[in-house]
Design a protein around this ligand. Structure first.
Ligand code: AHR
Length: 349
């Protein structure tokens, strides 16, 4: 009986220790989540050792491209010891204006800002200027009545992306077969454009038309704004593929919309990349995979890995230095004619 009593007491002690250990374990997991959360890619603050604070107003999370771009800025800030205040505007201009105002109130050192659309920012930019906070436009360009309202721009060259799209289709159809109609009637092109009024949509449309100028054998028969969203690409394709008896080329302003339109084509028994030539922009992994398996004919890179350059420029601005007014990042073109598509390194987005 006495032995049994000891065993019982030991059992209780062990159970007690086990419960405490389990509780400590849970506490540890919770604490690590909180720590990771504070430095993670989601909304909030990234801590920093330099004492420099950058407010970053991002457009949203509409594409894999955008998510990677956000990640790139967070990683670079962390590496350089910059404290990042991050706001996701969820595709709304008014949210970006609010975010910039909150950065001004917080008295950040620099504001990095990817403008949803090109114009309509003068007032809030003036407020930042009056507060002595330099603004760096990133990814998308700005149109202002006064150039001094922002310090500079770093991002994509969307005009050149549009020109590259035109160059590819001119080359492809100039080679003749199997598109014999080229000899007698124009090649019919549909354009699925990005967010109306955004600088990439404006530039990609303008550069494309500029590239086709003087080539009467191409006709843009239809253009619609797909807001850079996969769901819109699908919706638009569903309608136009029934509406137009002949479409030779679809030029899509981003991969998300392209993936949506490929879904719709397959549902209708149309072979993407074969029955209709597809030219797309961004170079997400999914688009490169589609190029490899012949469902896309040309992929034009739009480089989202802007983080390191944005943070370097922000540091220069925080130190009171001048930065270049305009910096375009390096971008490539991948086509079905490339001899070794398998050697393209993983894209990361
Ligand atoms: O501004 C860059 C564009 O925005 C990318 O092409 C697109 O995928 C993103 O949403």
């Amino acid at each position: 009986m006495a032995k049994g009593g000891m065993g019982f007491r030991k059992g209780i002690v062990f159970a007690f220790i086990a419960v405490i250990a389990a509780m400590l374990g849970c506490l540890f997991v919770l604490l690590s989540l909180v720590t990771v959360g504070a430095q993670d890619t989601g909304p909030g603050k990234t801590t920093g050792s330099t004492g420099i604070i950058v407010g970053f107003s991002q457009i949203g999370a509409e594409s894999a491209w955008r998510k990677h771009n956000t990640l790139s800025v967070h990683e670079a800030a962390r590496e350089k010891g910059i404290r990042l205040l991050y706001e996701n505007a969820e595709q709304k201009r008014e949210n970006q204006i609010k975010a910039i105002r909150s950065f001004i109130a917080y008295r950040v050192d620099v504001i990095a800002f990817a403008p949803l659309v090109a114009d309509g920012w003068d007032n809030v930019l003036r407020e930042a200027k009056e507060a002595g906070i330099p603004v760096l436009a990133v990814d998308r360009k700005l149109e202002t009545s006064d150039e001094s309202l922002y310090a500079g721009f770093i991002g994509t060259d969307s005009l050149e992306e549009g020109r590259n799209a035109a160059r590819f289709i001119i080359k492809k159809f100039s080679s003749g077969a199997p598109y014999k109609r080229y000899r007698t009637e124009p090649i019919k092109i549909v354009e699925i454009a990005g967010t109306a009024g955004s600088s990439p949509a404006l530039g990609r449309a303008e550069g494309f038309r500029e590239g086709l100028a003087g080539h009467d054998n191409f006709e843009i028969i239809y253009s619609e704004d797909g807001d850079f969203l996969r769901s819109r690409g699908y919706e638009i394709a569903n309608r136009i593929l029934d509406e137009f008896p002949v479409i030779d080329v679809i030029y899509s302003h981003n991969d998300s919309m392209t993936l949506g339109l490929i879904d719709s084509m397959k549902e209708k028994g149309i072979r993407p990349g074969k029955d209709i030539v597809i030219v797309t922009i961004d170079a997400e992994q999914a688009a490169i995979d589609a190029l490899r398996n012949g469902e896309v004919n040309c992929v034009i890179e739009c480089n989202p890995k802007l983080g390191p350059a944005i943070i370097d420029l922000a540091i220069q601005l925080a130190e009171g230095k001048e930065i270049p007014r305009l910096l375009h990042v390096e971008e490539q073109v991948f086509t079905e004619d490339d001899p070794d598509l398998d050697s393209i390194p993983p894209r990361g987005y």
